[in-house]
Design a protein around this ligand. Structure first.
Ligand code: XMP
Length: 513
């Protein structure tokens, strides 16, 4: 049978490069997967890919032990496109010359298309700016290859063998600075490799629904909802596939953002008509946290209480065989391929004990975060859920410094709602990685009306980031800060001062605890 999607393998010679290329291939509506560069020809053949893309990487082909491609892969007849380091490897492994000229190229560079027999640059202007980042240069293309572009420092900026369907470019077509880069990549995918652009959101849903049905059969399935986007999209997809066989569990820890529990009720129970168990466990969590100030103990207590609550619900659904998890593709790459060694953001929400006897359903395991959001939109989930900023599993607890009382949780939740509303109103919510309120453990003196007050400050924390590993404090406009400050003081009882956290990460963390 004809599989629904062509598969392109992106061979990883350097993590950031490979992930970006994989995403660009997917933007062309061709499914892509990242594989380690140690992959053998037989393994490639077994995966039956429509094409291979060799990524860039930080190494020099001349260094002892520099990563190579299994040379037998070149003889499989599968179309290959090398980018930067990948192009140099093609040149070197197939008999060309790559040299240390001592003159690399970095940044925007003028590229001239030279050959007439070019598939990559068909319909593109003879001169274009491309993004370069290389030290070594290909000096001579292997026999049988046409040199189809060059720059002032790189005589072979593109090489193409249309007979063997092996091509390479010295520049980075995957970065936004190479304005026509996506077209170059698509020329390879469609015109050289003959890939079909069938990987669309609608077809992803169809294929996932089929796969979930095949895996689950007539068994019962449980899914924990956190209020966040991943579990929501996973649940919506599984519900589309198996309907009433799915039970969703939402544990309200009493440490959620304002309106979060209502949003889950509204969306899943009323809109999707999902069988939803809403556990109102705030008292249990807050009682267990009484008098606890140490951040790690807070996390531990919340984690353990969560597991106990979930176990109780699971015991009432003892016939469920499957558990849905919102694992994403980057989680898999990080544990899977050696070179894509990005560090995973810590402790996943509501980790469950290993002795729970469930088989996992992971319908998002081949998707990047932005793809999950688009899928959520396509499935009809509300914008508030689909575009929700990340929120830690222990919830507001890691934003309350010192002891957690019901009163302090209420203060923080109300303050957080004000910050979120104003950030959204200013149109900044999606571009910020996170923006929220923090409640420190001090009180300070103020004056409101004729009276002296002794109340809490609220700290505004807003950061930009790509992956939470590093972050910068967001330069929020003064008028937005002013509105937040005024509203916090006027509307949130117990607050008499507002401060702004201007610490980047490192040295600071995003959360305060
Ligand atoms: P930090 O504060 O370490 O946070 O800079 C990095 C990212 O992780 C989130 N975070 C957590 N997520 N459980 C979670 O599920 C936690 O205990 C936890 N602590 C921090 C934080 O919101 C940020 O996105």
């Amino acid at each position: 049978m004809d599989p629904a999607f062509d598969r392109v393998l992106v061979v990883d010679f350097g993590a950031q490069y490979a992930q970006l290329i994989a995403r660009r291939v997917r933007e062309a509506r061709v499914y892509s997967e990242i594989v380690p560069h140690t992959i053998l020809a037989a393994e490639v053949a077994a995966l039956r890919p429509a094409a291979l893309v060799l990524s860039g990487g930080p190494a020099s082909v001349h260094v002892e032990g520099a990563p190579r491609l299994d040379p037998d892969i070149y003889t499989l007849g599968i179309p290959i496109f090398g980018i930067c380091y990948g192009a140099q490897l093609i040149a070197q492994q197939l008999g060309g010359v790559v040299a240390h000229t001592g003159r690399g190229e970095y940044g925007r560079t003028a590229l001239r298309v030279t050959g007439t027999r070019s598939a990559l640059f068909a319909d593109l202007p003879p001169e274009q700016d491309v993004w370069m980042s290389h030290f070594d240069s290909i000096q001579t293309a292997p026999a049988g290859f046409d040199v189809t572009a060059s720059t002032s420092e790189a005589p072979v900026a593109a090489l193409e063998s249309l007979e063997r369907r092996i091509l390479g470019v010295q520049f980075h077509p995957e970065v936004a600075h190479t304005a026509r880069g996506q077209e170059v990549l698509e020329h390879f995918l469609f015109d050289v490799a003959g890939c079909r652009p069938t990987w669309t959101m609608a077809s992803i849903i169809d294929t996932s629904v089929e796969a979930i049905r095949a895996q689950v059969g007539t068994e019962k399935v449980i899914c924990g909802l956190s209020g966040g986007v991943d579990s929501a999209v996973a649940a919506a997809l599984v519900h589309k596939a198996v309907g009433d066989q799915l039970t969703c569990v939402f544990v309200d820890t009493g440490l959620m953002r304002a309106g979060e529990a209502d949003q889950v009720e509204e969306t899943f129970r009323r809109q999707f008509r999902v069988d939803l168990v809403h556990v109102k466990a705030a008292d249990r969590f807050l009682d267990a946290l009484e008098d606890i100030a140490d951040p790690e103990r807070k996390r531990k207590i919340i984690g353990e209480t969560f597991i106990r609550v979930f176990e109780e619900v699971a015991a009432e659904h003892a016939d469920a065989r499957f558990l849905v998890q919102g694992t994403l593709y980057p989680d898999i790459i990080e544990s899977g391929t050696k070179d894509a060694a990005k560090i995973k953001s810590h402790h996943n929400v509501g980790g469950l004990p290993d002795d729970m006897q469930f088989s996992l359903v992971e319908p998002l395991r081949s998707l990047f975060k932005d793809e999950v959001r688009r899928l959520g939109e396509q499935l009809g989930l509300p914008e508030d859920i689909v575009w929700r900023q990340p929120f830690p599993g222990p919830g507001l607890a890691v934003r309350i410094v010192g002891t957690i009382t019901r009163e302090r949780v209420d203060v923080l939740r109300a303050a957080d709602a004000v910050v979120t509303e104003e950030i959204k109103r200013a149109g900044l919510y999606r571009e910020l990685w996170q923006s929220f309120a923090v409640l420190p453990a001090v009180r300070t003196v103020g004056v409101m009306g004729d009276e002296r007050t002794y109340a809490y400050p609220i700290v505004i924390r807003a950061v930009t980031s790509d992956d939470a590993m590093t972050a910068d404090w967001a330069r929020l406009p003064y008028d937005v800060l002013e509105r937040i400050s005024t509203r916090l003081i006027n509307e949130v009882p117990g607050v008499n001062r507002v401060a702004l956290d201007i610490t980047s990460k490192p040295p600071g963390t995003i959360e305060w605890e």
